[in-house]
Design a protein around this ligand. Structure first.
Ligand SMILES: Nc1ncnc2c1ncn2[C@@H]1O[C@H](COP(=O)(O)OP(=O)(O)O)[C@@H](O)[C@H]1O
Ligand SMILES: [Mg+2]
Length: 321
């Protein structure tokens, strides 16, 4: 009989410097892996008064936190290098520890752990994610803001930041993906910017076809790989669909050359594969990440929808679950 699984590999992340991070989801039985990372990371910070509670963590306090949610551990070459704890409370989740070992900071590891945690929370249908940041470290607050968190108040000595989690929808077939696009179109309006990411063949263009049908535009929507940008006017009024493929674009400057800003106010602008490039176009934007599961035989796509900024603050995506 095998021992019960207490750590499952949930992702392999390529770090910007070429390192490979193995990300595991862990429960309380792995508390002893987490404690030394937490102590090392928090001891390396400038001292604050009162001291961070994390410095007094023990296997018992960490196990208790893990029991209230789960942990995510990042391993480099089989060694734990970073850890995050998230505690669950109904629709809400709170990140209560984020620690990267001082030897491995500034390598994008926290970024990978937070991204993976948001995926895991989206999969279980959690709506909100909250974090508290010491006000003595404004750079930390800025880091969370870059990840879509918005300050919601203070609980001295912490600033509290919060964001909505991606809504996760499943599309088992290409037709289901088009149907999802049609449903999404019902909440879209002129001025919206959508950034769709995912590997080649993920289903970005298929989803766009559904959005086009929902907006009742002059079709057909085809992959604009050779024509960088295509404008589809609506047949009976309503916003046009501007469909862009940014795959071949190397920089934001090249995207700006397309002059999308001119058509933006009167259109729904959808950019395929714009992750990392197109964010500069609009603060209010809908990011859609389409992924396949690990089984190559299974054509089901997981579609993660994140609405950023005031435009999407009212839970308009909830009905797409
Ligand atoms: N569940 C699914 N969702 C989307 N597309 C699917 C699905 N299952 C199979 N497919 C097929 O996968 C391909 C997706 O291609 P496409 O939408 O052009 O991807 P992308 O634009 O992301 O490169 C299409 O041939 C589509 O018919
Ligand atoms: Mg495409």
């Amino acid at each position: 009989m095998s021992a019960p699984s207490t750590a499952a590999v949930v992702a392999e992340a390529a770090l910007p410097d070429g390192g490979r991070l193995r990300i595991l989801r862990v429960d309380a039985s792995r508390a002893s892996d987490v404690v030394p990372i937490v102590h090392a990371a928090f001891a390396a910070r400038p001292p604050v008064e009162p001291p961070a509670a994390a410095l007094a963590d023990t296997v018992d306090t960490i196990a208790e936190k893990l029991d209230g949610g789960f942990g995510v551990v990042g391993e480099l070459d089989g060694e734990p290098a970073a850890a995050l704890i998230v505690e669950l409370d109904g629709d809400d989740a709170v990140i209560t520890r984020v620690a990267v070992h001082p030897d491995h900071q500034h390598r994008g590891i926290a970024n990978a752990l937070v991204g993976c945690t948001m995926d895991l929370l989206a999969l279980r249908g959690t709506r909100w994610l909250t974090v508290g940041v010491r006000t003595e470290f404004p750079a930390l607050g800025r880091w969370w803001r870059r990840h879509g968190f918005v300050p919601t108040g203070e609980q001295p000595p912490l600033e509290i930041l919060r964001r909505t989690l991606p809504v996760m929808a499943e599309a088992a077939t290409a037709d289901a993906m088009r149907a999802l696009g049609e449903r999404l179109a019902t909440v879209l309006r002129a001025g919206d910017v959508i950034i769709a990411t995912g590997d080649l063949g993920a289903g970005k263009t298929t989803l766009t076809q559904g959005i086009g049908a929902g907006l009742n535009i002059a079709g057909p929507v085809i992959s604009p790989t050779f024509v960088l940008s295509r404008v589809h006017p609506a047949v009976a009024g309503g916003p046009a669909l501007v469909h862009v493929d940014a795959y071949r674009l190397g920089s934001f400057d090249e995207l700006e050359d397309l002059d999308l800003e001119a058509s933006l106010p009167d259109s729904v602008t959808l950019i395929e594969w714009g992750g990392g490039i197109a964010e500069g176009l609009a603060d209010d934007r809908l990011e859609i990440d389409i992924r396949r599961g690990l089984d190559p035989e299974d054509e089901t796509r997981l579609v993660f929808l994140s609405g950023l900024g005031a435009r999407w603050a009212d839970g308009q995506l909830e009905e797409l679950r």
